[in-house]
Design a protein around this ligand. Structure first.
Ligand code: CDP
Ligand code: CDP
Length: 222
């Protein structure tokens, strides 16, 4: 049986890293829903639509195609004909995505797109509301967490590789702020689904987290 696997959790808990690896092991498709919210934020900026203009964003999305194109080492993201894989990771997008993702019309539109992508199963989808809202019937639901400090350290290390030198305490503050906004918005806030398995990755390696998740999946497949 081709399963739907939902992986949710706060920023930098390791969702996309482990979701990609789990998808590869199973031969499943990986869908990064955060990239879809980031791509929408990019489109809003480009089209001069305010990040909190619910109606304006709705109309913009009707004309906006968001596509994932398989590639190594990572899939590419396109907004209509423009490749935005790197652009959507910039601070201008990261600092405004929580505002865009809190808009009702945006959540309705992207949730619909995500359900279509996952319809036939064989999918690992990561985000904030996959287990609670997008795929409430997913056979496997994982809620990944790690301490704020550990998540800031992970971001710090990633930034060093990219030549970005934001201090650790600033990263901790940014992560706390985004956690707060994502957990307190009215529609589909970040929460653990009742039937999700909690995995604390604070002191686990990527390989250990993947092994844990594969164990959970194998139990469901039996
Ligand atoms: O990579 P990181 O964990 O920093 O974030 P992301 O997964 O790329 O998601 C970026 C933002 O999109 C989140 O902070 C949420 O505001 C929003 N998001 C959401 O609202 N629902 C989802 N299913 C996925 C992301
Ligand atoms: O998608 P999300 O924002 O939840 O996190 P990520 O971008 O997949 O991971 C953030 C960083 O943490 C990456 O650089 C990973 O290599 C690192 N990391 C991890 O994902 N899991 C661990 N157990 C340890 C480190």
């Amino acid at each position: 049986m081709k399963l739907q696997i939902a992986i949710d959790g706060p920023a930098s808990a390791g969702k996309s890293t482990v979701a990609k690896l789990v998808a590869k092991k199973l031969g499943y498709v990986y869908c990064d829903t955060g990239a879809m919210y980031r791509a929408t934020t990019y489109a809003a900026k480009k089209n001069h639509v305010a990040y909190d203009d619910d109606q304006g964003l709705k109309e913009m999305l009707e004309k906006t195609e968001i596509r994932f194109v398989p590639a190594e080492p990572e899939q590419k993201v396109f907004v209509n004909e423009t490749e935005v894989t790197k652009t959507i990771r910039l601070p201008e997008i990261a600092n405004n995505v929580s505002t865009v993702s809190a808009q009702k019309s945006v959540r309705a539109d992207l949730t619909e797109r995500q359900r279509m992508i996952a319809e036939k199963g064989g999918i690992v989808m990561d985000g904030r509301d996959i287990g609670t809202t997008v795929l409430p019937n997913a056979e496997v639901k994982i809620f990944l967490v790690a301490s704020v400090h550990e998540r800031a350290v992970r971001r710090f290390k990633e930034n060093v590789e990219k030549g970005i030198d934001t201090p650790l305490d600033v990263l901790e503050k940014e992560i706390e702020e985004r956690d707060y906004k994502d957990s307190h918005r009215k529609i589909s806030p970040l929460t653990q689904a009742k039937d999700a398995v909690l995995v604390d990755t604070t002191s686990l390696s990527i390989e250990e987290v993947v092994a844990k998740i594969m164990e959970i999946i194998e139990k469901v497949q039996k």
